[in-house]
Design a protein around this ligand. Structure first.
Ligand code: PFF
Length: 461
């Protein structure tokens, strides 16, 4: 039986971009850019995307397209005589599952904040009331569980409907809404920043400053920029490989990967333009960390003409971005389940949706009943542990596996990879990059890995 394919090239690009564009772009990127001093961090992040993220994306796409299988059986289909590679398949599947164990929860917060903003819940509150509302939501699990279950149920239903009829149709529409929304919000933010003074927010965000980079810590800034390039492109755990397996052979993969990376970057940069100048305009600190969006932006919107409208639009946008990534990762897990157990799509959808709803409970309980569990000391919670396992361990280690697999003889090998990546029309990956890909790239990734760990455990913050 032939593998299902997407109906158009536009569908492939939007779907992969839908997986890449998510909470990483609209929630994580603005706050880590703020924390790491703006300008120079943004520049470094762009460099890492080009020299590191793009080649790994091409490798994941190529392995996925050649195998036509999800991560769990990808290696045994391409290199049946090398069983050790199957470990990467298991680690990748585990990475997708652990990612969803907190991602569905944060996606649920976005839905809750959309409803709250649209219904005028925040309008009468002062800044301390807004912060208290976020803390109150964390402390009471019922609302979060309801939102998380909704996220799991909708995503599983979309996947169960099928690749073209469900996943492609829904994600394409959400992505188009999302791109329009972010453009309108970014234009509004630039207008605010220019109106209220000297464009301080945009200058912080876009003009590099060594001074601010030194303040944030050189190693931290470099490690965060590199790690985020993996996170934002969804690399290392086979989430992109599954879309590779749905791409036909009429186009080369360099071209497709460049389109996906460009769309993803555009959304990140635009999200920063929305969030950071707004913080300057309303006297909030852009470097305050993960709570930025939830405990600050409702104040910003409260203070803005037509703020309820802009606020609802913003959280609608965040929800769309989060949902497209959840659907994409569900698709990967679903494909593994269908492949491993020969289940039908609806059956796999129901099982995966139910399992992930249960597995997401610890993250929610970590803010209330299980708040005594502090994996990294004071102030940390279950979410931090899950995020750490995915972002600092599984994504870089998985990306390293893809690089070695695609470039070394003990894996799939460079010539097989190059032939697959370059089949079709469009820009070709130059063969001369072999040395760079096989030697320099692994060294960079090992550096990310070590820097990330040293940063976490060596007192770097
Ligand atoms: N790239 C997604 C984001 O930016 O939110 C997160 C992500 C999805 C990471 C899928 C990894 C993954 F496999």
């Amino acid at each position: 039986m032939g593998r299902e394919h997407l109906s158009s090239r536009f569908g492939v690009i939007l779907l992969s971009a839908g997986c890449a564009v998510g909470l990483g772009n609209v929630w994580r990127f603005p706050y880590i850019a703020g924390k790491n001093g703006g300008g120079l961090f943004v520049l470094l992040y762009l460099v890492f995307l080009a020299i590191l993220g793009l080649p790994v994306l091409i490798m994941e796409f190529a392995a996925g397209r050649a195998a036509g299988r999800p991560i769990l059986s990808l290696h045994s289909s391409l290199t049946p005589g090398k069983p050790a590679w199957r470990l990467h398949g298991f680690a990748g599947l585990a990475g997708n599952v652990v990612l969803m164990m907190f991602y569905t929860v944060v996606a649920g917060w976005m839905l809750i904040y959309f409803v709250r903003t649209a219904s005028g819940f925040f309008s009468p509150l002062d800044p301390s009331g807004v912060a208290a509302a976020f803390a109150g939501m964390l402390a009471s699990p019922a609302e979060q569980i309801a939102a998380m279950v909704l996220v799991c149920a909708v995503s599983a239903a979309v996947c169960a409907m099928g690749l073209r009829r469900g996943v492609e149709r829904v994600v394409k529409r959400l992505m188009v809404c999302l791109l329009l929304l972010i453009a309108v919000l970014a234009a509004n933010s630039i207008w605010l920043d220019a109106r209220d003074g000297d464009a301080a927010g945009l200058r912080f965000y876009l003009v590099p400053s060594l001074e601010r980079m030194r303040e944030a810590g050189f190693a931290t800034v470099v490690a965060e920029a590199m790690n985020h390039s993996f996170f934002t492109l969804s690399l290392g755990i086979g989430a992109m490989a599954i879309f590779g397996s749905y791409i036909g052979r009429s186009r080369t993969l360099l071209g497709e990967a460049m389109n996906v990376a460009a769309l993803d970057t555009l959304v990140s940069i635009a999200a920063g333009i929305v969030v950071i100048p707004a913080c300057f305009a309303y006297g909030a600190n852009p470097g305050q960390g993960p709570g930025l969006v939830f405990s600050t932006l409702p104040n910003v919107f409260n203070d803005m003409p037509y703020g309820r409208f802009w606020g609802a639009l913003f959280f609608a946008f965040m929800s769309c971005a989060a949902m497209t990534s959840v659907i994409a990762v569900f698709e990967t897990i679903l494909a593994c389940a269908m492949d491993a157990f020969s289940w039908s799509r609806p059956k796999a959808g129901a099982a995966v949706g139910a399992a992930l709803a249960v597995l997401s409970l610890p993250c929610i309980l970590g803010f209330s009943a299980w708040s005594g569990f502090r994996p990294f000391g004071e102030g940390s919670c279950v979410l931090d542990l899950e995020d750490f396992v995915v972002s600092n361990l599984l994504l870089p280690a998985g990306s390293l596996c893809f690089i070695l697999y695609a470039t070394r003889r003990f894996g799939w090998g460079w010539s097989n990879f190059l032939a697959e990546a370059n089949s079709g029309a469009g820009p070709k990956m130059p063969g001369a990059l072999r040395w760079y890909c096989a030697v320099v790239l692994p060294l960079i990734v090992i550096a990310v890995f070590v820097l990330g760990l040293a940063d976490r455990f060596g007192g770097g913050g």
